[in-house]
Design a binder for this molecule. Structure first.
Ligand SMILES: [Zn+2]
Length: 272
């Protein structure tokens, strides 16, 4: 009997810690970067200790401030692009040729730092990216789609759960369960806990051969210092680290294979 390998696409968005600004709170420019830097180091330590591979979607602003850390990440993991300049920047307010120029520069900067080709993209706040411009810039895949309903953000309940293509770019949606579309992303994982994370992973893997999940650099610092809503603060820092530590062990015990998204993209394209 051939047992089909189940893959875990564990991804991290590495970006400025701009959440306090969204809630009108004060935070210094230095702290916005410093917090995220510390969180990223903790993530890297965790995944390297576990000897697993992950994909890091990194903003150009973070990469230009910490090129050595980005280079270090790229030695064992995949580096992909997260946005245009800084995390709050929105391409929809600029001309398409400006978005193209920004994406091209961001992609080239990451390539220069890592010495590797940058194949993947994720739009900040999981908004819809400009697929035709991604294609023109040479991106092979995008992972900005969360095919569920998040009040106040997006309603993607009728979008595909399975990989598909738009304008020649392969889309790998974040994982949700079949039918009711319970999500697996950071917010649900941290608020609903490890058992929930395992449950959604198992259900997602019933009809698919990958589970795609995302966390952020700033979730690995103590968010209770900031007066943001409890649902955004809960289980940060050491708690999320412990949850993820146990989750990784559980996946490894189940013989799920941790793999970078670009690598999964190659496997997927070769299987078609
Ligand atoms: Zn982000």
């Amino acid at each position: 009997m051939v047992v089909k390998i189940k893959h875990i696409l564990l991804t991290f968005d590495i970006e400025e810690f701009d959440m306090p600004l969204e809630f009108g709170l004060k935070i210094s420019e230095d702290e916005i970067f410093e917090r995220s830097f510390v969180g990223t180091k903790r993530i890297l330590e965790l995944v390297n200790n576990k000897k697993i591979k992950s994909t890091f979607f990194i903003t150009p602003r973070f990469a230009s401030k910490y090129p050595e850390l980005v280079k270090e990440i790229s030695e064992k993991h995949e580096v992909a692009l997260h946005g245009y300049h800084d995390h709050s920047y929105n391409y929809k307010v600029v001309e398409r040729d400006v978005a193209f120029k920004d994406l091209k520069e961001g992609k080239e900067m990451l390539s220069k730092i890592t010495g590797k080709e940058v194949k993947g993209f994720r739009e900040p706040r999981l908004q819809k990216p400009p697929y035709s411009i991604l294609k023109k810039t040479g991106f092979e895949y995008d992972s900005s789609l969360n095919p569920t309903f998040i009040p106040g953000r997006y309603n993607n309940l009728i979008s595909n759960r399975e990989p598909f293509s738009i304008e020649g770019v392969k889309i790998y949606p974040l994982s949700v369960t079949p039918l009711v579309r319970l999500p697996l992303f950071w917010f649900a994982f941290r608020n609903l806990g490890l058992s929930y994370g395992k449950f959604v992973t198992k259900l997602s893997l019933m009809d698919q051969d990958f589970a795609n999940l995302v966390f952020h650099s700033w979730e690995f610092i103590d968010l209770n210092e900031f007066k943001v809503p409890l649902l955004l603060r809960r289980n940060s820092d050491v708690k999320v680290r412990n949850m993820l530590d146990k989750y990784i062990d559980w996946c490894l015990k189940k013989k799920f294979k941790f793999i970078c998204m670009g690598e999964y993209n190659d496997i997927y394209n070769n299987s078609l």
